[in-house]
Every structure is written in C-alpha cells, then in structure tokens.
Design a protein around this ligand. Structure first.
Ligand code: UDP
Ligand code: MG
Length: 313
C-alpha cells in the first residue's frame, strides 16, 4: 500500500530542514507498519526564499527507494489551497495525507491516524485541535469565531477546529479533485463530499521557526472565501429583510391612516410615508429575488459533482 503525503511549502527556509528530518523519520516508521512505499509530495508554492534549493537538496540526498520525494514548484504563489490541490492531483497513494511544513501538526501522529483509518474502515481521519498552545490569542479567537459562524451559515457540517492535517483514501481524494471550483476551502470540500469520516484529537504545536504565512488580513479573506463558497444565505438576506419590511410597512400604513383620519397631520405626510416604506420593501424583495438566481448561478459555477458513490455491489 502506497502512502502519499502532501506538504505545501511557502517561504519555509527557516524550518524545512528540521521539518523534513522529522517528517521523513515518521515516514520510515510507517514502512514497518504495513505501508510498502511512501511518496512525499513537496509543493513549493512560489517561495521567494531558499526553499526550492533546500527541497532539491533533500531529493538529491534521498537514497531509500521506498521513500520517494517529489517536488512541484509553482510559477508563483497560488495560495495554500492551490498547493494542496496540486498535491492531491499528483498523489498516487491508496492513502493520502496532508501536513503543514512548519511542524505545527506532529508527523508522528500519522501512523496512528492511518491505523484508525484501516481498523475502523473509515475514509477520512482528520486532525481536530483540542488545544492550540502554539497560536496567539488573536488567532485562537478568530478561529473560534470562524468555525462557529461558518457552521451557522452553511448547510454542510464543517467540523470545528480542524485544519487540513488529515489522512484520506484515494476515493475521497478523487471526489475532492472532482470539485472543480477555484481556490477551494479544502476542509469544507472534504466535509462536503461525505464518506465515512472521524476526528482525531491532537494538540496543535507552536511554530518553532519562521513565521505564519497567514496574517490577519489574509485570514479574513480566507474566511470570506470559505463562507461565500459554502453558503448563499448572505444573498437571501435582502429577501428576508424585504419581507420583514413589507410586514412593518403595513403596520406603518395602518398607523399613518389612523393619524390621517384623526386629522391634524401635515398634508402629504401620510402618502409619502406609506410610499417610502412600501417601495423600500419592494426594492429589497426584488433584490432578494435576483439573489435567488445569483445563488443558482453560483451553485453551477462551483462545478461540484451532482452525487458521489461510496460503494457499489
Ligand atoms: N503555505 C502555502 N502557501 C501560502 C501560505 C502558506 O503553501 O500562500 C503553506 C505554509 O508553508 C505551511 C502551510 O501552508 O506549510 C500553513 O501555513 P502557515 O503555517 O503559515 O499557516 P498557519 O499555521 O499560521 O495558519
Ligand atoms: Mg502553521
């Protein structure tokens, strides 16, 4: 059984030597545990530092035919999800794993994750962070809000506090790759494809070398993109507001008419008030109706498969 491990790399010169030493060590341990060959797919996501040279040095140094290293160098920085997708498309293993290059996800856990996958006949075992000792308070807070908010907005049950650290079967990899959307929210897409999945609790370590490639601004863009590609609820907002506004404007109309019948109102006030509240609600409702169609187009544009089959007898 071949195991492919995908490692996205972006400006990681400070950590690569340490990371690859620990990751290859963990992969050697897999060779004694029923894995016949390990394929490390190192995706250099357009690094501007010495990452590429370091990766090439590791390829040149590799001697064990049972652990092969493959480097994919991007022409520029395409982002973490692009790097992972490239790795998924290149992977030829029956089991495929994803791990960050900064050792925040302990590679030693891969053996146990594969064991759980095999023993329980699962399709995905995903790492779930029970603690993020390594991340600062801001990262922890934004991540906490993000995972709760995205589940509220989307129909897909995206597991909380997970990253892309996971192992999955070839069938799942094929399903994920068949979702043709650009810049996918990987952990969302893996949740969306279904199959039998289980969390694997672990403690997320701190980054020892180099710095995070996800500062606040980039994280915010990431979060917005994730929400937009998994939820059309924001598009429906104006429809709901319009319907609510319409109910409200009927109440306003009754109040205005009663005041007008009572007399003493300024000429023109009653008709103007009713016209404004009603027309505002209609505009919102019409926008919402357009939103329904935009959501439909958005659904089509994602080019996700209509269904996925897990097994056939
Ligand atoms: N990464 C990447 N392309 C990018 C940004 C990050 O391939 O544009 C890689 C990075 O090298 C690392 C992983 O994605 O292996 C996670 O990035 P990072 O550790 O900076 O994110 P954080 O853990 O802080 O969320
Ligand atoms: Mg990290």
């Amino acid at each position: 059984m071949v195991f492919s491990l995908i490692i996205p790399v972006y400006n990681e010169e400070a950590t690569l030597d340490y990371s690859l030493a620990r990751i290859t060590q963990s992969c050697y341990a897999l060779l004694d545990k029923g894995i016949s060959e390990v394929e490390l797919i190192l995706v250099n996501d357009g690094s501007q530092d010495r990452s590429q040279q370091i990766l090439k040095k590791w390829v040149a140094q590799s001697v064990n035919p049972k652990l092969c290293l493959k480097v994919l160098e991007f022409s520029r920085n395409f982002g973490h999800s692009g790097a992972v997708v490239a790795g998924l498309e290149a992977a030829r293993g029956e089991i495929v794993g994803i791990i960050d290059a900064d050792l925040q996800d302990p590679p030693e856990l891969l053996a146990r994750m594969i064991e759980v996958l095999e023993l329980e006949k699962l399709d995905v075992v995903y790492g779930q962070r029970t603690s993020r000792i390594g991340d600062g308070p801001l990262k922890r807070l934004t991540a906490w809000i993000f995972y709760r908010f995205i589940n509220l907005l989307t129909g897909v049950d995206i597991p909380r506090d997970t990253g892309d650290f996971r192992v999955m079967r070839k069938s799942v990899v094929k399903a994920v790759v068949s979702c043709r959307e650009r810049d996918p929210f990987i952990r969302g897409v893996v949740a969306w494809v279904g199959f039998k999945q289980r969390p694997f609790p672990y403690i997320r370590e701190s980054r020892k070398f180099g710095e995070s490639k996800y500062p606040l601004g980039k994280m915010l863009r990431f979060a917005i993109r994730a929400i937009v590609s998994f939820s059309s609820k924001p598009l429906m907002l104006s429809l709901y507001l319009g319907i609510l506004g319409l109910c409200f404007s009927f109440l306003v109309a009754i109040w205005v008419l009663l005041s007008w019948l009572h007399g003493g109102t300024v000429p023109g006030w009653a008709s103007t008030s009713i016209a404004i509240t009603l027309s505002q609600s209609f505009v919102f409702i019409l926008l919402g109706i357009q939103g329904l169609y935009v959501a439909r187009i958005h659904d089509e544009a994602l080019e996700r498969p209509r269904y996925l089959i897990r097994s056939e007898d």
